[in-house]
Design a protein around this ligand. Structure first.
Ligand SMILES: C=C(O[C@H]1C=CC=C(C(=O)O)[C@@H]1O)C(=O)O
Ligand SMILES: [Mg+2]
Length: 460
């Protein structure tokens, strides 16, 4: 059965490759439901050197990409969002689409660095300031349907067609490929902890002097394991442990940026756009009663409410600038995640005039949940005071289609897997009445989702 299916798809791809009158073809077909993490894991067996994974907070849209047919990559600092958009439009014109009755449309997926003006360190060598890709094979799970989309050159594509054949065979063969397990932890190190504390103290002083209102400062923990970490296993863990988060992974050159973020930056669906304000945090309680007390405390804590309000203010203005009507509740709700609770305000903008989701991302990044207020001053302070190269941490990651619809999350609760080693990242919103020790504790809680996904339990 698997073999028959494999041949059928290969024949179709060869056929449309021949008849296409454009340099690229994009072909889609509805397929039987497959497990997206399993699909991701097969990328390795079929030697696709680039993989990505995306599922939204509601698990309504899942995208898994294998291989890379077209890369839009830039080291530009000011123009990076626009360059991606222009290149994407230009590329789409060279592509003939065959949707075979599906509602699939080609997408690009990728991300950006947090601050293109901060010098890049060796750690983030493989991650440029902007990189979005058109995958060779895309699995989309949407509205209960699974669709396979193959995008490739219309000529000289036999090698790719063979790889796709192998993928289909493995996907539908009865005996599933073995999954690996998580390797034991060898070392755990909080990187430049003292320097980070100093930065927090200095920033609090500067805020009290009136230099700025809020600055988010992040830090890193570095882990080493007995063996290489398999991103598929981490994805599986994240999926089980963080059901209300965006689960994402972007792998290239054997390095994988991965995480489970609760924070939507923006979603654009025709002329409606959505965003959420997320800032202000407290851990989950050990008992139901403690959990409720902590939640209640958070909802009434002035420091956290202020931290949250800066985000609401900025996102409201950004959405108002592109939408005719904006719906936004006047006070935050509580968002309870597996390890942490947050203040949360959803935003909906109607009659959106923006040309694309990416143009809104450009306006919004970074919100004061990741940067600070006023924005430019806060970014400069982070650049100078924070002892960390954030790379893609805390930056936009997501997808866009040819119409400019799409969704981006903020890549927090994330880490970079590099063979046997991993870096994980966490930040916190520093305001005038921040207490350095509580902020430190907060970042520790924010490390927990990635730590648990890596199989590391640290109860200090
Ligand atoms: C910067 C992070 O979280 C942000 C999002 C929610 C709550 C935050 C806070 O309370 O400080 C942060 O602004 C992170 O998780 O690394
Ligand atoms: Mg905070």
């Amino acid at each position: 059965m698997a073999i028959l299916y494999q041949h059928k798809i290969q024949e179709q791809l060869r056929f449309i490759g021949k008849k296409a009158n454009r340099p690229f073809i994009s072909w889609s077909e509805e397929i039987d439901h497959v497990d997206p993490v399993y699909f991701f894991s097969l990328g390795q067996a079929c030697s696709f050197r680039q993989r990505f994974y995306w599922s939204d907070r509601t698990n309504e849209t899942v995208y898994v990409g294998l291989g890379c047919t077209y890369i839009i990559e830039t080291e530009e600092k000011e123009q990076r969002f626009r360059t991606v958009e222009t290149e994407w439009k230009r590329w789409m014109e060279q592509t003939a689409s065959y949707s075979n009755g599906t509602d699939a449309v080609p997408i690009i997926f990728g991300g950006f660095s947090f601050d293109p003006f901060k010098p890049r360190t060796e750690k983030w060598r493989a991650f440029p300031h902007a990189k979005m890709i058109v995958p060779t094979v895309l699995l989309s799970l949407k509205n209960g349907k699974a669709t396979l989309t193959v995008t490739m050159r219309s000529e000289q594509n036999e090698e790719i067609i063979k790889k796709i054949g192998m993928l289909i065979r493995l996907l539908y063969q009865e005996q599933k490929q073995q999954t690996s397990s998580l390797p034991p932890l060898i070392t755990y190190k909080e990187v430049q902890k003292e320097e980070w504390f100093d930065a927090v103290k200095k920033t609090i002083e500067n805020i009290r002097k009136g230099k700025f209102d809020k600055v988010v400062l992040a830090r890193e923990a570095r882990l080493s394991f007995a063996d290489a970490i398999d991103p598929s296993v981490v994805l599986q863990q994240l999926r089980e442990q963080q059901p209300f988060s965006y689960i994402f992974a972007f792998e290239q050159e054997g390095q994988c940026f991965i995480g489970a973020s609760p924070e939507q930056l923006v979603k654009k669906e025709k002329d409606t756009c959505y965003s959420i304000c997320l800032a202000g945090s407290i851990r989950r309680g050990k008992t139901l009663q403690e959990d409720e007390q902590l939640g209640k405390w958070l909802m009434n804590d002035e420091k956290n409410l202020r931290e949250h309000q800066f985000v609401v203010q900025m996102i409201k203005e950004a959405i108002e600038a592109v939408c005719k009507r904006v719906q936004i509740p006047s006070s935050p709700q509580l968002l309870k995640l597996q390890h942490i609770q947050h203040l949360y305000t959803p935003v909906i903008g109607e009659k959106c005039r923006a040309a694309s989701v990416l143009s809104i991302v450009e306006q919004m990044h970074p919100t004061p949940a990741l940067g600070g207020t006023p924005r430019e001053k806060a970014i400069k302070e982070i650049r100078e005071a924070e002892p960390l190269d954030r790379g893609w941490y805390a930056a936009p990651i997501g997808w866009m289609d040819a119409e400019g619809n799409g969704e981006f999350a903020v890549a927090i609760r994330s880490g970079l897997l590099q063979g046997k080693e991993a870096s994980i990242f966490a930040g916190c919103g520093v305001v005038g009445d921040s207490d350095p020790m509580s902020e430190y504790e907060e970042t520790k809680v924010k490390f927990t989702p990635m730590l648990s996904a890596l199989g590391v339990e640290r109860d200090e």
